[in-house]
Design a protein around this ligand. Structure first.
Ligand SMILES: Cc1cc2nc3c(=O)[nH]c(=O)nc-3n(C[C@H](O)[C@H](O)[C@H](O)COP(=O)(O)OP(=O)(O)OC[C@H]3O[C@@H](n4cnc5c(N)ncnc54)[C@H](O)[C@@H]3O)c2cc1C
Length: 301
């Protein structure tokens, strides 16, 4: 295993290649394990060496600083695989399984309950941490339990849905640095595969026609200050198309910020800050980012 670890660890990897915004500096040390045993060994190695540890999935909800990240960054996107039980609707997926792939497979197996998730370009692990959701559904509605490892002790545990303190785009895992290894979903068995697949495709179509899927983004940047919609507040202030450096408030959907080509993380952070200030001045509401920020940023951004 020691040899495998050495083979797997890489220094100075550009994290911009691992985020959908295409920004972010370098990881001091980086690994992309393709087996759970290797992931566990890497987590143990970080503990032994006292390295800061950062898990990332598909990087579709991350703003990583231009200065990069110290310690060990582990990306789970090669940890794929899922087992579906069409009989009882139980689906077990590895942390790095892409959520859209899982949604398609479930639909083909006549399992309903993940149709909402097909347009979310994240992994199962990231979706659980974020309680990802769309079009009226979210992870909390169909997650049965997750298997996690505590990097501080190396102990694994199974946490049930009720243990995870799910709320709008929130789970307990955002405060506790547990590593998600796999998740089990309880779906509805015995559905017509064509009907579930049609609903899944229709959900994807309605999103790709109203959101800027062609440009690098991280999806919605701000949480909706319910009952208000962040996108409407931003659009109402004429901020669509507003740019800082290579970062631009999408002209298609105002709650998206896109990378027009050569944006840096600092551009993204500055534009987020600008939008927050403008909305607060006009409406007295401070928008809270949904996107997770990793690493060090300058003051004021
Ligand atoms: C075009 C586009 C559309 C989007 N639409 C939606 C939407 O409709 N709804 C929605 O909710 N989100 C949406 N998002 C945001 C994003 O896809 C989700 O938040 C997704 O769940 C993030 O998953 P990820 O694997 O990319 O996680 P990452 O962005 O890599 O990580 C997110 C958080 O999870 C943690 N994490 C990831 N994997 C693990 C693991 N195995 N163990 C422990 N922690 C882990 C990371 O440390 C980080 O804190 C969209 C993004 C894009 C680019």
């Amino acid at each position: 295993m020691a040899l495998d670890l050495l083979r797997d660890l890489r220094a100075g990897v550009a994290l911009s290649d691992y985020t959908t915004w295409r920004v972010g500096g370098r990881a001091e040390s980086f690994a992309e394990p393709d087996q759970q045993a290797l992931l566990l060994e890497l987590v143990a190695e970080a503990r032994r060496r006292g390295l800061p540890l950062q898990l990332i999935g598909a990087g579709s909800n991350l703003l990583i600083s231009d200065a990069g990240l110290p310690g060990l960054v582990i990306c789970t996107r090669r940890l794929q695989g899922a087992q579906l039980e069409p009989g009882d609707g139980l689906v077990e997926a590895q942390a790095g399984e892409p959520i859209p792939t899982l949604a398609r497979r479930a639909a083909r197996a006549g399992l309903a309950g993940l149709e909402w998730s097909v347009g979310i370009p994240g992994t199962v692990g990231g979706a659980v941490v974020m309680n990802a959701g769309a079009q009226g559904g979210c992870v909390a509605d169909c997650l049965r339990d997750v298997t996690v490892v505590d990097p501080a002790t190396g102990r694994t545990a199974v946490l049930s849905n009720g243990d995870l303190a799910f709320a709008y785009r929130h789970s307990r895992l955002q405060e506790e640095p547990l590593v998600v290894l796999s998740a089990r979903f309880q779906l509805q068995p015995g559905q017509n595969p064509d009907a579930v697949s049609a609903r899944t495709s229709s959900n994807l179509h309605s999103r790709t026609s109203t959101q800027p899927y062609q440009l690098p983004s991280c999806g919605s940047v701000f949480r909706n200050p319910e009952p208000q919609k962040a996108g409407r507040l931003i659009e109402g202030l004429g901020l669509k198309g507003h740019r800082i450096g290579g970062a631009e408030v999408s002209t298609l959907h105002a709650n998206f910020i896109v990378n027009t080509g050569a944006a840096r993380a600092d551009d993204m952070a500055a534009l987020i800050h600008h939008v927050q200030d403008r909305v607060e001045e006009a409406h007295g509401i401070r928008l809270h980012p949904e996107v997770m920020r990793l690493g060090r940023f300058g003051t004021g951004s």
